[in-house]
Design a protein around this ligand. Structure first.
Ligand SMILES: Nc1ncnc2c1ncn2[C@@H]1O[C@H](COP(=O)(O)OP(=O)(O)O)[C@@H](O)[C@H]1O
Ligand SMILES: [Mg+2]
Length: 407
């Protein structure tokens, strides 16, 4: 801090005092501005813009207290420190000086050293205060900028998440549509050709009763191959798009899928539903069906389960599907959940304090289930506690009241 640049306004109606004070301060390198009256000080203070004011209390017309009160009312100069100079050393005078906004006082006759020390101290204090104010305002600017940047980035991020989600929904829809088309092609073209081939082979077999046995054997082999091809064809069509979903509806399709799962994997799979059928939009039906399939696939791949319970419920609010297995559970004891108004998949550890973020890697099956649920405004909860309690997948899809109807 360079004291020599500081400007001090000295106000005293006694020219002698004024001169002595100014001389003293000038000698120390301060720039001084003498004023002989309170009015003069008030008129010129804005022009002078001093760093400190030495103000005599007893003056004709406007005294030091009034000058100080005036200054404190003027925002432009109110924070300039005022040191009172007075012959009065009465406690009440000193207190009044502080009351009207003075920062210090010097009694006359003054001691040069004390004057200089107090001036220096208050200039330092004032400079520090100004630096603090500036730093504070700079900090505020930085904070405001930061808040604005964060909110802009958050918005951009949420927009990009929204677009990604829309894209993901679109891709799912296109995939389902493609699967449906391929299933139709395979069924109509390949299936029909194989059926025709089967008839032809049967015709051949009837006409070849007297043919050599090796020829008849060859034709029988052909018949077996064609039957196998027809079976594969049916399986592929079903995997691409189970016709039961379109023909008999969601509840029947879920029931059939549970049954098929039990037969194929020799794991009892009990399906319970409180409705026989439900009128539901086809995109919601396919979401429920695909999530069910994915949950069952996970059970086969990972659970080592002995039993699976599937509960489908229709309530006033919507439909829920619970797939519960009694297998080994998902390691890391994680609960994965996502809310319908929550853009982020959140991972909460329920039983253990630490969350292993690597669980995020490679959970595309479960993430796909979340995305599918979200695409129709639903929620999905995957609860699993390692040990022996198994895994519970709970899907909930809200339905418009009028859309939920028993058929
Ligand atoms: N029913 C379940 N029982 C035990 N572990 C499961 C079950 N479902 C999922 N998991 C665990 O969660 C992980 C993530 O599943 P998922 O996202 O479907 O990926 P993937 O099946 O391709 O490994 C699996 O690797 C498995 O460790
Ligand atoms: Mg999986």
């Amino acid at each position: 801090m360079n004291d020599k640049k500081h400007t001090i306004l000295v106000v005293d109606d006694n020219p002698n005092n004024l001169r002595v004070l100014c001389d003293l301060l000038e000698k120390q390198g301060y720039r001084t501005r003498p004023e002989i009256s309170g009015q003069g000080a008030l008129d010129n203070v804005s022009k002078i813009n001093p760093d400190l004011i030495l103000l005599d209390i007893r003056m004709p017309d406007i005294d030091g207290y009034q000058v100080c009160e005036n200054l404190k009312r003027n925002n432009k100069v109110s924070d300039i420190p005022v040191i009172f100079i007075s012959a009065a050393s009465e406690m009440s005078d000193i207190m009044r000086g502080f009351d009207v906004g003075g920062v210090d006082y010097i009694t006359k006759p003054f001691e040069a050293k004390i004057v200089l020390l107090r001036v220096k101290n208050h200039l330092n204090l004032y400079a520090t205060k100004r630096e603090l104010i500036e730093a504070n305002s700079a900090l505020k600017d930085v904070q405001e900028n930061l808040e604005e940047t964060v909110s802009r980035k958050t918005w951009a991020l949420s927009q990009s998440q929204k677009r990604l989600r829309e894209l993901s929904c679109h891709i799912q829809r296109v995939r389902e549509e493609e699967k449906r088309n391929i299933a139709k092609e395979v069924h109509d073209e390949l299936g029909a050709t194989l059926t025709a081939l089967n008839f032809d082979i049967h015709w051949l077999q009837c006409g070849l009763t007297d043919a050599p046995s090796d020829i008849r054997d060859k034709v029988d082999d052909m018949s077996d191959l064609v039957k196998k091809a027809a079976d594969s064809c049916r399986r592929i069509v079903t995997e691409l798009r189970p016709s039961i979903l379109d023909d008999l509806g969601l509840v029947a399709a879920l029931d059939w899928q549970a049954d098929d799962f039990a037969k194929r994997n020799e794991i009892p799979c009990k399906f319970t539903s409180n409705v026989d059928e439900i009128d539901i939009a086809s995109d919601q039906a396919i979401v429920i069906f695909r999530i069910f399939q994915e949950a069952l696939t996970n059970i086969v791949k990972h659970a080592k389960a002995c039993n699976v319970d599937v509960i489908f419920l229709k309530t006033d609010r919507g439909v829920s599907l619970q797939v519960v297995d009694d297998g080994v559970g998902i390691s890391n004891s994680l609960q994965l959940s996502v809310g319908d108004n929550d853009n982020l998949v959140s991972f909460d550890s329920k039983r253990e304090s630490s969350i292993d973020p690597t669980i995020m890697i490679g959970t595309y099956g479960i993430r796909g289930m979340f995305e599918r649920a979200l695409s129709v405004g639903g929620t999905l909860n995957v609860e699993s506690y390692s040990g022996s309690a198994g895994t519970r997948v709970v899907l909930f899809i809200p339905l418009e009241r009028e859309a939920v109807r028993n058929v």
